[in-house]
Structure formats: structure tokens, C-alpha cells
Design a protein around this ligand. Structure first.
Ligand code: ZN
Length: 163
């Protein structure tokens, strides 16, 4: 345990020393990224012009492919605005071989979609199904079903993480 902590501290110090000479920069605004800012700085994250296209299967991106290619779903995470600081993200992925930015931003879409789906599930269970007025057996069955779904989602993420 002590060696693990020491190794962790040394690793963190090494990152800090490296960051002194080669700081991690936000690809959108080129400001220095701090501790927990992994992809974009906090300001760029908050002001990112999100599309929410993943909620609409007939969004503008999906329409681009209609009649041309067989696709199931298509979406974009944020609006591309020429001249905005977010143009630099696309530029970094396209011309500076930083495709990992797109993969990291794609994780945000999954987290956002799962959060929205969880909120919808709770609302449907409580408001439309009147779950608290149902008998105990029915509530247990619903709980087991939701738990089973959660386990499958977690297993899917484990499979994705170690693939
Ligand atoms: Zn930024």
C-alpha cells in the first residue's frame, strides 16, 4: 500500500514536472488544462454548442445520409461554427493526428445519454406507472428488471473497456 502511494505520488510529480515544460492545452482555446480537465477546459466544456442530435433519430446529420448509405443512426456532438474556438478541435483531429479527442468527446455523449435515460426511467416508473401505489411483489419485479438492465449495461462497459 505504501509503495503504491509512493509510486502514485512520484507519477503525479513526474506529470507536474512534464507539465511545467510541456503543459497540456485545451484544443479549443489553447489555455492550460488543470488537474481534472482531461479534454477541454471548464469554460469550453460549459460553452460547447451541443446539438443533442442523439435524442432525435431524424436529425440533420442523419438526413445527410438518407438515400446514399444504409445507416442506423447518425449524430454530431456539437455544432461546427467557422471561426469559433471549437473549430480548432476539428482541425486538431483532422490535421494534427489527434483522433483521441473525438473518442474522448464520444464518451461524453454516452454519459449524457445514459443520464437522460436514467432520469426518464425514474420519471416513468414514478409518475406514469404509479409504482409507489403498486403492491410489494410488483415493485420487487420492477426492481429486479431495472437491476438486471443495469448489470448488462455495466458488463457492456467492462467489455468495451478491456477490448
Ligand atoms: Zn478551452
Amino acid at each position: 500500500m505504501l509503495l503504491y502511494r509512493l509510486g502514485n505520488r512520484l507519477s503525479h510529480m513526474g506529470e507536474s514536472l512534464t507539465g511545467l515544460f510541456y503543459p497540456r492545452l485545451c484544443p479549443a482555446c489553447s489555455e492550460v488544462l488543470y488537474g481534472n480537465e482531461n479534454i477541454l477546459c471548464l469554460r469550453c466544456t460549459c460553452e460547447l454548442p451541443r446539438t443533442h442530435f442523439h435524442l432525435d433519430p431524424e436529425n440533420d446529420v442523419a438526413r445527410l445520409f438518407w438515400g446514399r448509405v444504409m445507416i442506423k443512426d447518425a449524430a454530431s456532438f456539437f455544432y461546427y461554427q467557422k471561426g469559433s474556438r471549437y473549430q480548432h478541435i476539428i482541425h486538431a483531429m483532422k490535421y494534427h493526428n489527434r483522433q483521441q479527442l473525438g473518442i474522448d468527446l464520444g464518451r461524453w455523449v454516452i454519459i449524457t445519454a445514459l443520464t437522460i435515460a436514467s432520469i426518464k426511467t425514474v420519471l416513468v416508473l414514478n409518475i406514469f406507472m404509479h409504482l409507489k401505489f403498486e403492491d410489494r411483489t410488483f415493485r420487487i419485479f420492477v426492481g429486479v428488471a431495472v437491476l438486471t438492465l443495469a448489470i448488462f449495461i455495466v458488463l457492456t462497459f467492462f467489455d468495451y473497456a478491456f477490448h
